[in-house]
Design a protein around this ligand. Structure first.
Ligand code: GTP
Length: 602
């Protein structure tokens, strides 16, 4: 068996630079998929992805070109999914770096390049959208050479849209991406880069064979998960699943069998054969070890999810169960709240992950939900010496019972054009960051390193970073542990009554500002009622901010003069739709937006 004719690669790009279009074109040119079968963008097959234009789940496709097998492994494109990107890159030897010739290098381009370099990939730059009148190939080549240090003397000028340069790209993959290492004669080992749930076949696992060989029917062991499973079928992805008898070192494929839970086959885990694994426990055999880089995804934040209609609780529970089948990073447990009723406390990787889950539940499972503001997990030592982990303000022990409070910190690296260093540092300062280092990758690009509370990062830090640096920055962060921090619970009172789902935890120095901001945001989000509504923020018994919403007549159609009945109907319909996302707090109707108001404070 020789791996000489295999090329495993992925495409990395900033959002909208044309990754999916190029992938389609590669499959089309290699006749993997006929133009007729091609619903546009075959690789992004979740509806939501198409609509939002983001790639969340990884997919793979095998095509043939001039006697070579090219395996394209797709990667998700957002910071929330860095770990998945890194694992999918680990299954490749090369990456096409697609840069929009009218835009140049942007946020995700750099982050992905660094991940590719970490994985020792051969990076092939491609200048896309060369057909656009606004394309500036010279300037963008300058950025790629200067900013990343890639040689662009032979860069392919391409247009994924009009099909320019596609053959050159395929040729470069064959010539420049190294073949996978030859098999060592050792035991079967494969790296999982994705998995998903199929209602008929159970969990389908995507993997790259690193060494050895697997044949259909083999019993496999997932080393980190420590579980064994039978395989029913193995095969390759074209991108349809095509069964094969064997898969050998260097190949990319799928398997399924008796696996029912994604937690058994997590991204990054190593697969081996049960028999080989058992043999490896004998003294004369070399022990089979898991491949490096495996990490279990840990939720970075938690939020409460409650059905607007209490009758939907069962439906929500079942739907979460179904979503979790496809998403090992989704964790949840039941939660109940006096104001919101029965729901779930859910762990997320980041804000985008939260939005995606919420949207899928609402859209695919037809649920109307109230989502509370996300929170990190705080550590509280009580006066009795107990340690309590708190992921919701409502569960924070009362002030007099808290002896010590700590919060999770991250080490965050921001990559930015140096002209924005000042802007980034301003933001870092506002978010309680401790500046650790500034490194210059080139004269014009820097990496700014901070240690910062995770709570400051998970809200809108990334959005702020992007808007303050015109989209030219990217970031990555890692948890580094807990640090003592004076925290307070900020409560909200509506007409004098506590509204626990609106409470939030913040640093004592920020309490005043957050309190005022929260009250102002609530004033904006809570619609006028038939009576005056007072909104207050308090720490314990002390009111720190207050505002009121004046009363209004409820009949919204009253302001429609004349007899325009269609307009009247429209308004009533709009009001009814808005109603769906309301919860009563005391006698005040509170809309969904108010529950996450704390995210909207500047
Ligand atoms: P994400 O999935 O959001 O990461 O985006 P992507 O990088 O996959 O970009 P996608 O392929 O969806 O392309 C984004 C937009 O650019 C689409 O409207 C494409 O039609 C357009 N586009 C892609 N390639 C070209 C090209 O070569 N020329 C022109 N003019 N437009 C292109």
């Amino acid at each position: 068996w020789s791996t000489e004719k295999i090329r495993n690669f992925s495409i990395i790009a900033h959002i909208d630079h044309g990754k999916s279009t190029l992938a389609d074109r590669l499959l089309e040119t290699t006749k993997t998929i006929s133009a007729r079968d091609m619903s546009s963008q075959v690789l992004d097959n979740m509806d939501l992805e198409k609509e939002r234009g983001i790639t969340i789940k990884l997919q793979a496709a095998r095509c043939e070109y001039k006697g070579h097998v090219l395996n394209l492994i797709d990667t998700p494109g957002h910071v929330d999914f860095t770990y998945e990107v890194s694992r999918s890159l680990a299954a490749c030897e090369g990456a096409l770096l697609v840069v929009d010739a009218s835009q140049g290098i942007e946020a995700q381009t750099m982050a992905n390049v660094y991940l590719a370099l970490d994985n020792d990939l051969e990076i092939i730059p491609v200048l896309n959208k060369i057909d656009l009148p606004a394309a500036e190939p010279e300037r963008v080549i300058g950025e790629i050479e200067g900013g990343i240090g890639l040689d662009c003397s032979n860069i392919v000028h391409a247009s994924a849209k009009s099909g320019i340069g596609i053959d050159d790209i395929l040729q470069s993959i064959v010539e420049l991406v190294p073949p996978p290492p030859a098999p060592t004669g050792g035991a079967f080992r494969a790296l999982i880069f994705d998995s998903y749930y199929d209602p008929y076949k159970g969990i389908i696992v995507f993997f790259r064979v690193v060494d050895g060989c697997i044949k259909s029917g083999d019993k496999v062991r997932f080393i980190n998960s420590k579980v064994d499973h039978d395989t029913v079928e193995i095969g390759v992805l074209t991108p349809n699943q095509v069964p094969k008898e064997y898969l050998m070192a260097g190949e990319v494929g799928y398997l399924y069998g008796s696996i029912k839970d994604v937690l058994d086959a997590r991204v990054g885990d190593t697969i081996t054969l049960t028999s080989e694994f058992k043999k490896s426990l004998l003294p004369e055999y070399k022990e089979i070890e898991a491949m490096e880089g495996y990490a279990e995804s840990v939720p970075m934040m938690y939020a409460g999810l409650f059905p607007v209609d209490a009758d939907d609780y069962e439906n929500l529970r079942d739907s979460l169960g179904k979503l979790r089948l496809n998403d090992a990073s989704l964790t949840y447990e039941p939660e109940s709240s006096g104001a919101l009723g029965f729901g779930f406390r859910i762990g997320f990787l980041g804000l985008l992950h939260m939005e995606i889950i919420q949207e899928r539940l609402e859209r695919e499972y037809d649920l109307d939900l109230i989502v509370t503001a996300p929170s990190v997990v705080y550590e509280v030592e009580t006066t009795k010496g107990e340690i309590v982990m708190v992921s919701s303000a409502a569960k924070m022990p009362e002030q007099q019972l808290r002896a010590k409070t700590s919060e999770p910190y991250v080490r965050i690296e921001v990559l930015t054009p140096s002209e924005y260093n000042g802007k980034v540092m301003e933001l870092g300062q506002e978010r309680r960051g401790i500046l650790k280092d500034i490194k210059y990758a080139t004269e014009t690009r820097s990496t700014i390193v901070y240690e910062m509370p995770l709570a400051e990062v998970i809200t809108d830090f990334f959005d702020q970073l992007k808007s303050r640096t015109k989209g030219y920055s990217s970031m990555e962060y890692k948890l580094i542990g807990y640090r003592e921090s004076p925290l307070v619970r900020l409560d909200v009172l509506i007409n004098g009554d506590m509204a626990p789902p609106l409470s939030t935890i913040c640093h004592v120095d920020q309490a005043q500002r957050t309190g005022r901001g929260l009250v102002n945001a609530l004033k904006e989000f809570i619609p006028r009622q038939l009576f005056k509504v007072q909104v207050q923020a308090a720490i314990g018994a002390k009111i720190i901010a207050s505002s009121s919403i004046s009363a209004m007549r409820k009949d919204v159609t009253a302001k429609c003069y004349g007899g325009d009945i269609s307009r009247k109907k429209k308004l009533l319909k709009k009001q009814a739709a808005g109603k769906k996302r309301m919860k009563m707090m005391g006698n005040v109707e509170v809309p969904q937006s108010a529950f996450t108001a704390v995210l909207k404070i500047d």
